[in-house]
Write a protein that binds this ligand. Structure first.
Ligand code: BES
Ligand code: MN
Ligand code: ZN
Length: 473
């Protein structure tokens, strides 16, 4: 899906020379120099992106908007470079940039994320895109870092864009195994509703038992080698919601935009993307990834509203609404991650429409336990250009999940839906574990396109998880 080469090799006669205004020391023709100087001065009003009359130079100026943090303004420039090559039907660009390697890394990410298209299901000319090449001399390590992160995110994105007839819990699991084969990461799969029940994951079985393919749990365990091992006693677990299609089940969703629920495995996709990065980077702490994979469908064998079942930690759950399935597949796995010794857990899920009502669809919701840890997760997001905003797990609202016949109801009523979902999850996280819950229902799905994301799924949170692993390791 990526028809784009980015490297640090010099090139003699590029189709396009890209000048990052204010960040490039190279000697330029006088006219270009003058134009760049004019652009550098213009604050706000002037253009931040212009192509010279002869079409040979692209002048770009990083946008200074206050909320474009964590290199986002440079990612946008990267997208501009890819767009200019594509729209001009050009093949090669030479980028003249100097300065912070973090900026160049973001630029590279912007090119690779900006040029991604999901073309697996197209024929004719759309299926065959030409190859573009971008050369950024003098920035080898930044390019490598940018390619690795954007590659992980584009993997997540490709999985999320893949239609639900082609990606089900079984094919997703197979893909996870394939992506990590030959790396130091140990992959284990528990497959099928019966096996999951026996192994103590009744939530996955309940949600997935009517799916077109059997539900499964993918565990991916990474341990640092002796040389890499850090002294910190931190063990990180990443848990992803992987509903390959969420019809709502018996509590069927309305048809409008139901197709977007092919992206309801975006959390699991981000976790797999991050694990693929971890396999390359080998951080100094043990990290386990868990993919909770199921298809939520209505059928004779589907769970019903009214079902009551006992979760791994002993609590009984009343299924009031089968469309509140994400919390059911995650809960037992949160418990299990704790049992296996995780000191820090991050779960990632397209969990609630309510989170989009609260925060809009361009930032994620952040909830959990352990203030310092939550702040470091938020900071990791900001450093990676992904914004999260904390919502409170207000104890007062716990009673919204009360039920006369069970310990917990799986929905909490009309108000504070993102929060009651978070409170539900908190009931399954072992007490002394630091825990962050990322609700990415909004930013994971961008059917209209956003920033450097073409219409479709974004792979949101992949970069946050990578940055966190990097910081903790
Ligand atoms: N996958 C959905 C949440 C969602 C909605 C994600 C829109 C992305 C975009 C989730 O499983 C769901 O259906 N949640 C319900 C919960 C409700 C039944 C308590 C919702 O948000 O309406
Ligand atoms: Mn649902
Ligand atoms: Zn869902």
């Amino acid at each position: 899906m990526l028809d784009c080469i980015i490297d640090a090799k010099p090139i003699k006669k590029p189709d396009l020379t890209v000048v990052i205004v204010g960040h490039s020391a190279a000697k330029l023709p006088k006219l270009i120099e003058a134009q760049a100087a004019r652009m550098a001065k213009g604050n706000g009003g002037g253009p931040s992106n212009m192509i010279t009359a002869d079409g040979r130079y692209l002048l770009l100026k990083p946008d200074e908007k206050a909320w474009l943090v964590g290199g986002e303004n440079w990612r946008l420039l990267g997208r501009d470079i890819a767009d200019a090559l594509r729209s001009g039907k050009l093949e090669s660009a030479l980028v003249l940039a100097h300065g912070r390697s973090a900026n160049v890394q973001a630029l590279v990410e912007g090119i690779a994320l900006g040029d991604y298209r999901f073309n697996l299901c197209r024929s004719g000319k759309e299926s065959k895109r030409s190859r573009i090449e971008v050369h950024i001399p003098g920035h080898g390590p930044a390019i490598e870092a940018g390619l690795l992160t954007s590659g992980a995110q584009n993997l997540a994105r490709e999985l999320a864009d893949t239609p639900p007839n082609l990606l089900n819990p079984q094919t997703f699991a197979a893909r996870a195994r394939a992506e990590l084969s030959g790396t130091g990461i140990d992959v284990r799969i528990t497959s099928g509703a019966n096996a999951l029940r026996k192994a103590g994951f009744p939530g996955l079985a309940q949600v997935g038992m009517a799916g077109s393919a059997e539900p499964c749990l993918v565990e991916m365990h990474y341990k640092p080698g002796k040389k890499r091992k850090s002294k910190k006693d931190v063990r990180l677990a990443l848990v992803g919601k992987g509903i390959t299609f969420d019809s709502g089940g018996i509590s069927l969703k309305p048809g409008d935009k139901m197709w977007e629920m092919k992206g309801d495995m975006s959390g699991a996709a981000a976790v797999l993307g991050a694990m693929s990065w971890i396999a390359e980077h080998e951080p100094g702490i043990p990290i386990s990834g868990y993919l909770c994979l199921a298809e939520n469908m209505p059928d004779r064998t589907a769970q019903r509203p009214g079902d009551i079942y006992q979760a791994r930690n002993g609590k009984w759950i009343h299924v009031d609404n089968t469309d509140a399935e994400g919390r059911l597949v995650l809960s037992d796995v949160l418990t299990y991650a704790g049992e296996r010794g995780a000191t820090h857990i991050v779960d990632v899920a397209t969990l609630t429409g309510a989170c989009m009502v609260a925060l809009g669809d361009r930032m994620g919701g952040l909830m959990g336990r352990g203030d310092a840890f939550l702040q470091s997760v938020r900071a990791a997001g900001q450093e990676a250009g992904e914004e999260f905003w904390q919502l409170p797990l207000y104890g007062e609202y716990r009673s919204l999940l009360d039920h006369p016949h069970a310990d917990l109801n799986n929905i909490g009523g009309r108000f504070a839906g993102a929060i009651t979902a978070g409170i539900f999850l908190s009931e399954f996280v072992p007490e002394n574990t630091q825990w962050a819950h990322l609700d990415i229902a909004g930013p994971a799905i961008q059917s209209g396109g956003w920033r450097y994301y073409a219409k479709g799924m974004t792979g949101f949170a992949t970069r946050t998880l990578i940055r966190l692993a990097q910081k903790l390791g």
